[in-house]
Design a binder for this molecule. Structure first.
Ligand code: NAD
Length: 255
């Protein structure tokens, strides 16, 4: 392979993240084309250029920003996706709809099925945030909604018990607790349940999740900035959360 060739990543988020990272580092960078074949990858992970792998210590601890030269998302590939994987991708759809608000949120909140339009709208939301802040210094951070606690849950359960999307769903519930949005939390929990996604992290050690949260790579000094929700379409990043507030939200989630 030379730097004039393209690496083509055909698969879900794991393949896309790994292939993207290989492309970012091989010969100091070769172009990559993302061909996402899961719902999570078509609505989220294929766009934005975040690539990498997990370490036992924490999620996505080794990686690079490497924008794809192109993304080819064929929604017909989703026909063979197992329901559990489609469910996991649905958590990223809920996240994106909460960030976007408006008609995207209304369609999801009404329980409408995910169709090509929803997938395309989610991709547009992600791409516009990335275009505004490629390296995550500001507004792109809202895409981390649900991921701070979600990543911590994945880490403390060894990346084996929950699919990424399942952990993100749990993280969304924690973020809505921290936001004081009880009604919205109940609505999101109902949407997750309908897709067969967990709404409780049964048996997960809340103290271990709190401590893994503090190792999040987005931490600044002593505190980890959280993405909180004032309502659909009104999401803010960089919010301070006290240890007591986090413990309370995690106690509810892990009960
Ligand atoms: N880079 C980013 O911005 C970003 C964003 C969100 C998630 N992610 C990462 O993405 C990963 C999760 O991605 P995922 O949910 O796509 O999971 P995945 O890549 O693990 O794929 C899920 C399963 O579906 C199978 N599969 C893929 N396409 C299929 C198809 N069309 N038909 C049948 N089976 C198919 C895969 O072989 C795998 O077993 C996590 O590691 C997460 O960290 C990255």
């Amino acid at each position: 392979m030379t730097r004039a060739d393209h690496l083509v990543a055909i698969g879900g988020g794991v393949v896309g993240d790994l292939a993207g990272f290989c492309a970012a580092t091989y010969q100091r960078g070769v172009p990559v084309i993302q061909v996402p074949t899961t719902l999570a990858a078509q609505v989220d992970s294929a766009y934005g250029g975040k690539t990498g792998v997990d370490l036992p210590e924490a999620k996505n601890y080794v990686g690079a920003y490497h924008q794809p030269a192109g993304v080819l998302a064929d929604t017909a590939t989703l026909d063979t996706l197992p329901p559990a994987e489609a469910g996991a991708g649905y958590a990223e759809v809920i996240k994106t709809a909460l960030i976007a608000g408006g008609t995207l949120w209304e369609r999801i909140a009404a329980g409408r099925p995910v169709d090509d339009r929803v997938i395309f709208d989610c991709a547009r939301v992600k791409v516009s945030l990335v275009a505004a802040d490629e390296h995550d210094d500001g507004v792109r951070q809202v895409l981390n909604l649900g991921h701070t606690v979600g990543h911590a849950i994945e880490t403390v359960t060894g990346y084996t018990r929950f699919r990424h999307g399942e952990a993100v769903g749990l993280g969304l519930l924690a973020a809505l607790s921290l936001s004081g949005q009880d009604e919205l939390r109940a609505r999101v929990a109902e949407l997750l349940r309908r897709q067969g996604l967990p709404t409780h992290a049964d048996g997960v050690d809340a103290a271990a999740v709190a401590s893994a949260t503090r190792r999040d790579k987005k931490r600044l000094g002593g505190s980890v900035p959280f993405v909180l929700v004032d309502g659909p379409g009104a999401v803010r990043h960089g919010a301070e959360v006290t240890a007591e507030q986090l413990d309370e939200a995690l106690a509810k989630l892990c009960a």
